[in-house]
Design a protein around this ligand. Structure first.
Ligand SMILES: Nc1nc2c(c(=O)[nH]1)N[C@H]1C(S)=C(S)[C@@H](COP(=O)(O)OP(=O)(O)OC[C@H]3O[C@@H](n4cnc5c(=O)[nH]c(N)nc54)[C@H](O)[C@@H]3O)O[C@H]1N2
Ligand SMILES: Nc1nc2c(c(=O)[nH]1)N[C@H]1C(S)=C(S)[C@@H](COP(=O)(O)OP(=O)(O)OC[C@H]3O[C@@H](n4cnc5c(=O)[nH]c(N)nc54)[C@H](O)[C@@H]3O)O[C@H]1N2
Ligand code: SF4
Ligand SMILES: [Mo]
Length: 736
C-alpha cells in the first residue's frame, strides 16, 4: 500500500520543504489516492462501517474511485444482503461538512484552519506542558469502537506507552463493557461463543433487550433463514418490530430482567430441567446458584415483572423442551444498573441447560459498533493489548518484548473508566482530553453535566470526519480524519470475525486516516523510533498476531490482508499452524472454558433497586434506544444521505401509550415537553400501544435525548444505565 506519510517525508527530504506545504498538494505525492493494488475500474469487497454485523459490500470503482456498491453474495455473513445504511455507505463521505484541515481555536475563541505541522506541534506541546505541571493523570483520551483494529492498537500504544497517558477509555463503555465483564467473570475471557449460523440452527431463539429487526437487520435475516420453524422469544418492555415478529413476547417491566431470569431458573431447578452431566463436568458453583434462585418462585416475582405466573412457567418449559436453545442479548441488558449480573443470569440459563458449545446454542452477546470487538480486545484501554492485564508483570513483560520497548513504559495500573474520567475532570485532575471517533456530547449520559465538564478543560482535541459534530464544536483543536472507505484495516464483528476495510475513495482535503494521524503524532512527539515497526496497518496486524499468541484470541495464523480477503474474513481464534476447517466456528465445543480449571462459573446477586424510580412528580419511566434501521447513533453520518433521511423523522419524537395520552389530553403529533430532574426537552407525540402505559420511548439519535438520562452505572462494568429514568410530560400550551 502507498504510505501517505512516507511519501510526505520523502518529498520533504527531497524538496527541503515543510510537511504542511506537501500536504497541500495531494495530487503530487499520492495523498488521498486509492492505493491498493486494484485495477482502476475494479470491484472489491469491503466490510461495512456501521453495525457489528459486519456485512461485506462489493464496492465498484471507476478511475480508482468508488462510485457505487452492492451487497457481497459470497461472504459468509450477509450472503448478498445489506440494510439501508450499508447501501448508503458512500454518501457520508462526500458530505460538504467534512473536516478538511486541522482547526485550532485562537485567542479570540474562533476556530481557524491551520497546517498539520502547526496542529501537531500544538498537540504535543500542550500535552507535555499539562503533564509536566499536573502529572500523568492529567491527560486522558476517549476512543471508539468505530476505527480499525490496527488504528485502535496504535492509539492505545502511542497514548499509553509513548505519550505517558494512563487514562483512556472507549465509547464501548457505553455499549459492551457489561458483556465483556460478564464473559470474563463467567468464562475466564471476554469470548462471545457463537457464529451467526447459530441463528439458523436453533429451535428456540431467546432475544433479551435486543431489537434485532432494526439494529442488526441482517442478523435478523439469518433468523428468517432458520428452517426449523423456531420459537422466537423476545423479552422487551416494548412491542418492538422484533417483538411483533416473535412467537412469544414477554413485555416485562423495565429493569426487572434479573428477577425474571432468576424466576425462570427457579422453575428449571424446581422441575429438574437441568443438564446434570454438563453441570458436573464443566461448571462451578451451580449448587449455590440453585439455592439462590429458590428465593424467586414465579408467584413472588410476577408482580415486579408484570408477567403472569403461567407465562413465566411457559417460557421455562419452552427452554426445557428446546433441543438447541440460543440466548442473545444487547443493550436492554447491557445498559442497566445491575447489568453484569443480568447478563450472567442469561449465561447461567445456557449453562444449566447445557445450551452452549453445540450448534444453535449459546449465551450470546451481540455487539453494536462495527469494531466493538476490536475495541474490547486490542484498544489497550480496559485491558492490555490482546486481552492481557496491566496489573500482571508477566503480561507487561510479554508485550514489551514483542514490541521491543522498555517494560517501564507500560503502565502498571488500569485506566479510570469513562465516568471516572469525567469525575477526574470535575475534580480538576484532568485538564486535557483527546476524543477520537465518538460524539460524546450527544451520546454520553446526563448531557448537561458532561458538557459542563468539557468546558473545564484546558485542551480538548477532537479527531473526527466532521468539524460540525456536537463535540467538535467545543474543541480547541480538531484533527480531520478519513472515514470508512478511505483507509485500510480490519474490523472484528459480533461473531469474532476479522473482516477487511479498504481504501476505495479519496479522503477530502488534508484529512488523514487515523492511522496516519497517530503516526504523525508519534513523529512530532519524538516517539517515531518506538513505532518503527508500525509502518502500515497490515504490519500492525502482524504485530497483534504476535501479541495474541497463547491468548484465547490468538490470531497469529492470520498472515495477511489477502488471506482475510480470500477466506471471507476469519474468526478468532486462529493460531498459527491451525487449518481453517469451517467458515463459521463457535467456541466451547469441548466444554472447556478459559478459567484455569477449565470450568465456567455461576455468578449471581440480589436484585437492586432502580436508582431513579418513578414517583408522584416524575411518574413515567423513559426508555431510550434505536429508532429506525436508517439512523446511526448521533447521525453525523446517516443524516448526510438524502436517501436515509427520507426513512426517518427529521425531528425528535416521543412514543407514548394511548392511555397516558388520554389522561394528559395529548394529541398525535402534538409537541410536548418531557422533563426529568436533569433537563427539559420538547418532542412530537407518537401515540402507540407498542409502549406500555407508564412508560415512554425516545430514540437516542436526537441530541436532546441524553439531556434527560440519569447518570447511574453498573458497579462491575461501569456501563451507563441509559435505559430507565423518571420523567414527566407536559403539554406545550400549559408550559410556563
Ligand atoms: N439502525 C441502527 N442500528 C444499530 C445502531 C444504530 O444506532 N442504528 N447502533 C448499533 C449499536 S452501537 C448497538 S449497541 C446496537 C444496539 O442494539 P439493541 O440493543 O437491539 O438496541 P436498543 O434499541 O438500544 O435496545 C434494545 C431494546 O432494549 C429494550 N429495553 C429497554 N429497557 C429494557 C429492559 O429493562 N429490559 C429489556 N429486556 N429490554 C429493555 C428497548 O425497548 C429496546 O427495544 O445497535 C447497533 N445497530
Ligand atoms: N440515551 C442513550 N444514549 C446512548 C445509547 C442509548 O441506547 N441510549 N447507546 C449508547 C451506545 S450503545 C453507543 S455505541 C453510543 C454511540 O455514541 P457515539 O460513539 O458518540 O456515536 P457516533 O455517532 O457513532 O459517533 C462516532 C463519531 O465518529 C466519527 N467517525 C466516524 N468514522 C470515523 C473514523 O474513521 N475516524 C474518526 N476519527 N472519526 C470517525 C463520526 O463522525 C461521529 O462523530 O451511544 C450511546 N448513547
Ligand atoms: S446490517 Fe449492519 S453491517 Fe450489514 S449492511 Fe446494515 S449496517 Fe452494514
Ligand atoms: Mo453501542
Amino acid at each position: 500500500m502507498i504510505d501517505e506519510l512516507m511519501q510526505l517525508a520523502q518529498l520533504r527530504a527531497r524538496d527541503g520543504r515543510h510537511t504542511a506545504e506537501l500536504v497541500r498538494e495531494p495530487g503530487r505525492f499520492g495523498l488521498g489516492q486509492v492505493p491498493t493494488a486494484l485495477a482502476p475500474d475494479a470491484t472489491t469487497s469491503v466490510v461495512c462501517g456501521f453495525c457489528s454485523t459486519g456485512c461485506s459490500l462489493d464496492v465498484h470503482l471507476k478511475d480508482g474511485q468508488a462510485v457505487n456498491l452492492s451487497a457481497d453474495a459470497d461472504y459468509p455473513v450477509n450472503m448478498g444482503m445489506a440494510c439501508p445504511k450499508g447501501w448508503e455507505s458512500l454518501a457520508p463521505l462526500s458530505s460538504t461538512d467534512r473536516a478538511l484541515k486541522p482547526m485550532l481555536r485562537n485567542d479570540a475563541g474562533v476556530m481557524k484552519e491551520v497546517e498539520w505541522e502547526h496542529a501537531m506541534t500544538v498537540f504535543c506541546r500542550k500535552i507535555a506542558e499539562i503533564q509536566a505541571e499536573l502529572g500523568p493523570d492529567s491527560v486522558a483520551y476517549l476512543s471508539t469502537g468505530q476505527i480499525c483494529t490496527e488504528e485502535m492498537a496504535f492509539l492505545g500504544a502511542l497514548a499509553k506507552f509513548g505519550l505517558g497517558i494512563i487514562h483512556g477509555d472507549g465509547n464501548t463503555r457505553q455499549c459492551m463493557a457489561t458483556a465483556a465483564v460478564a464473559y470474563k467473570q463467567s468464562f475466564g475471557f471476554d469470548a462471545p461463543p457463537y457464529a451467526y449460523a447459530d441463528f439458523e440452527e436453533s429451535d428456540v431463539i431467546v432475544l433479551v433487550g435486543s431489537n434485532l429487526c432494526i439494529t442488526h437487520p441482517i442478523m435478523w435475516q439469518r433468523v428468517l433463514r432458520n428452517p426449523h420453524g423456531p420459537e422466537i422469544v423476545v423479552l422487551d418492555p416494548r412491542k418492538t418490530e422484533t417483538a411483533m415478529c416473535a412467537t412469544q413476547h414477554y413485555a416485562l417491566a423495565p429493569r426487572s430482567d434479573l428477577i425474571f431470569l432468576y424466576g425462570i431458573a427457579h422453575v428449571l431447578v424446581r422441575e429438574g430441567w437441568l443438564d446434570r452431566n454438563f453441570l458436573d463436568a464443566h461448571t462451578n458453583d451451580f449448587d449455590a446458584f440453585a439455592a439462590h434462585v429458590r428465593q424467586f418462585p414465579p408467584e413472588s416475582i410476577t408482580e415486579s415483572c408484570g408477567i403472569p405466573v403461567a407465562e413465566i412457567e411457559k417460557l421455562a418449559r419452552t427452554i426445557h423442551e428446546g433441543k438447541r436453545v440460543s440466548f442473545w442479548w444487547t443493550m436492554g441488558v447491557n445498559q442497566g444498573y445491575e447489568a453484569v449480573r443480568t447478563a450472567q443470569a442469561i449465561i447461567n440459563l445456557a449453562l444449566m441447560t447445557g445450551n452452549i458449545g453445540r450448534p444453535g446454542t449459546g449465551a450470546n452477546s451481540i455487539t453494536g459498533q462495527c469494531n466493538a470487538m476490536g475495541s474490547r480486545l486490542f484498544s489497550n484501554t480496559t485491558n492490555l493489548l490482546g486481552g492481557h492485564d496491566f496489573n500482571n508483570a508477566g503480561d507487561r513483560e510479554k508485550i514489551a518484548r514483542v514490541l521491543g520497548i522498555d517494560v517501564g513504559m507500560i503502565p502498571e495500573r488500569d485506566s479510570w473508566a469513562y465516568d471516572q474520567i469525567m469525575d477526574g475532570i470535575a475534580e480538576g485532575k484532568i485538564k486535557a482530553l483527546w476524543v477520537i471517533a465518538t460524539n460524546t456530547s450527544h451520546s454520553w449520559i446526563h448531557q448537561r453535566h458532561y458538557i459542563e465538564m468539557l468546558s473545564k478543560l484546558d485542551f480538548l482535541v477532537v479527531q473526527d470526519m466532521y468539524a460540525t459534530t456536537e463535540t467538535a464544536q467545543l474543541a480547541h483543536l480538531v484533527l480531520p480524519a478519513a472515514g470508512w472507505g478511505e483507509k485500510d484495516g480490519t474490523f472484528i464483528n459480533s461473531e469474532r470475525r476479522f473482516g477487511l476495510v479498504k481504501k476505495v475513495s479519496r479522503a477530502p482535503g488534508q484529512a488523514l486516516s487515523d492511522f496516519n494521524i497517530f503516526k504523525l503524532i508519534a513523529h512530532y512527539a519524538g516517539k517515531a523510533p518506538m513505532f518503527s515497526k508500525w509502518s502500515s496497518p497490515e504490519a500492525v496486524l502482524g504485530i497483534l498476531g504476535e501479541i495474541s499468541k497463547g491468548q484465547p484470541c490468538d490470531i497469529s495464523g492470520i498472515r495477511s490482508y489477502r488471506m482475510l480477503d480470500e477466506e471471507g474474513g476469519i474468526q478468532w481464534p486462529h493460531p498459527e499452524g491451525e487449518t481453517l476447517e469451517s467458515r463459521e466456528r463457535r467456541l466451547f465445543a469441548d466444554g472447556r472454558f478459559f478459567h484455569p480449571d477449565g470450568r465456567a462459573r455461576f455468578l449471581f446477586d440480589m436484585p437492586a433497586r432502580n436508582p431513579e424510580p418513578v414517583d408522584a412528580v416524575y411518574p413515567l419511566l423513559l426508555l431510550t434506544g434505536r429508532g429506525t434501521s436508517a439512523q446511526w447513533h448521533t447521525q453525523t453520518r446517516t443524516s448526510k444521505s438524502p436517501v436515509l433521511r427520507k426513512l426517518y423523522p427529521a425531528e425528535i419524537y416521543v412514543e407514548l401509550n394511548p392511555a397516558d395520552a388520554l389522561a394528559l389530553d395529548i394529541e398525535a403529533n402534538e409537541p410536548i415537553i418531557i422533563e426529568s430532574r436533569r433537563g427539559r426537552i420538547q418532542a412530537r407525540a407518537v401515540i402507540t400501544p407498542t409502549v406500555k402505559a407508564g412508560q415512554i420511548f425516545i430514540p437516542m439519535h436526537y441530541k436532546e435525548t441524553n439531556r434527560l438520562t440519569h447518570p447511574s452505572f453498573d458497579p462491575h462494568s461501569r456501563q451507563p444505565n441509559y435505559k430507565a429514568c423518571a420523567v414527566r410530560l407536559e403539554r406545550v400550551t400549559s408550559a410556563p
